[in-house]
Design a binder for this molecule. Structure first.
Ligand code: MN
Length: 287
């Protein structure tokens, strides 16, 4: 099943090019439920919601093209990200900066966190800051956690996934800490929707591509991940308790490239669905 959030926070199920409005069902399932200290209430109750929804075709539908897609996750406790997880991307970054070759071993380099306030949906777009600096896209396959756990062994890791989606780990290049450069508002695009794990039997066997204004940038396959999805869950949960709704950016494949206001990024991934994201210049709404 493909669960989305859209417009002012409506919940939908995507079938083909339509979104079926399940907001009333979700509200009914979640009514009176106490917000746990950490995690996303929707994902804490995903199985119950799915059961209550039943056949999504029975709910009123409208064209996907007529809605603004938000992040399918609203309140994760954290956004976890792998810094370098494809050999070909490590090589392209090492070629640019021989003085700063990325670690090939994330068991030593570790993972990093992006601020939750950087989250945005595909339909909301990216709002670039620091236009005098190099801003780049990193399209990454994403794991969404569906079950709370800690110290999870790789062999059981996928039991803790709710499903998968795509993500853009937008980045200002430079020498500051990763979490600083990658946590600008809207620099964590999550979308276009959650695909439940039953529809993606092997997350380490997913091809995906990114085009910028029609030009191919990433041409990637998750079977090239250095740390598989299972191993990433194992590593992350060795340091953090994972809560429903938490997400893991699995790392950038080769082909990262510059973006500028006016650009359109288009992701192709048969397992998840297409995702289009527009690039804008940031305008401060407070002055
Ligand atoms: Mn990245």
């Amino acid at each position: 099943m493909r669960f989305c959030r859209y417009d002012e926070g409506s919940h939908g199920v995507v079938i083909g090019d339509k979104v079926h409005d399940i907001t009333a069902v979700v509200d009914k399932v979640l009514a009176g439920k106490k917000q746990p200290r950490w995690g996303d209430l929707f994902y804490w109750n995903l199985d119950a919601i799915r059961g209550a929804v039943g056949d999504a075709k029975q709910y009123p539908a409208k064209p996907l093209s007529s809605v603004t897609l938000l992040s399918p996750v609203e309140r994760p406790s954290k956004l976890i990200a792998a810094p370098t997880n494809y050999h070909a991307h490590i090589a392209e970054m090492a070629a640019r900066r021989p003085d700063r070759v990325p670690s090939k071993d994330i068991s030593k380099a570790g993972l990093f966190l992006k601020a939750n306030s950087a989250m945005t949906g595909a339909g909301e777009g990216v709002h670039l800051r620091h236009l005098d600096r190099l801003n780049e896209h990193e399209l990454e396959f994403m794991i969404v956690i569906g079950k709370q756990g800690s110290q999870i062994p790789a062999a059981k890791a996928l039991e803790y996934a709710a499903g998968y989606c795509l993500s853009l780990d937008m980045t200002v290049r430079g020498d500051e800490e990763r979490s600083f450069r990658k946590s600008i508002d809207s620099y964590a695009v999550i979308g276009p929707w959650l695909v439940t794990k039953d529809e993606v039997p092997n997350p380490d066997d997913v091809p995906f591509k990114l085009f910028c204004n029609g030009q191919l940038r990433h041409n990637a396959h998750t079977n090239d991940l250095i740390y598989s999805c299972s191993k990433l869950i194992e590593l992350a949960s060795a340091f953090y308790t994972l809560h429903p709704g938490d997400v893991i950016f699995t790392g950038a494949p080769a082909g990262v490239g510059p973006v500028n206001p006016g650009d359109t990024l288009t992701a192709e991934c048969a397992a998840i669905g297409p995702m289009e994201v527009k690039i804008h210049a940031y305008k401060n709404p407070f002055n």
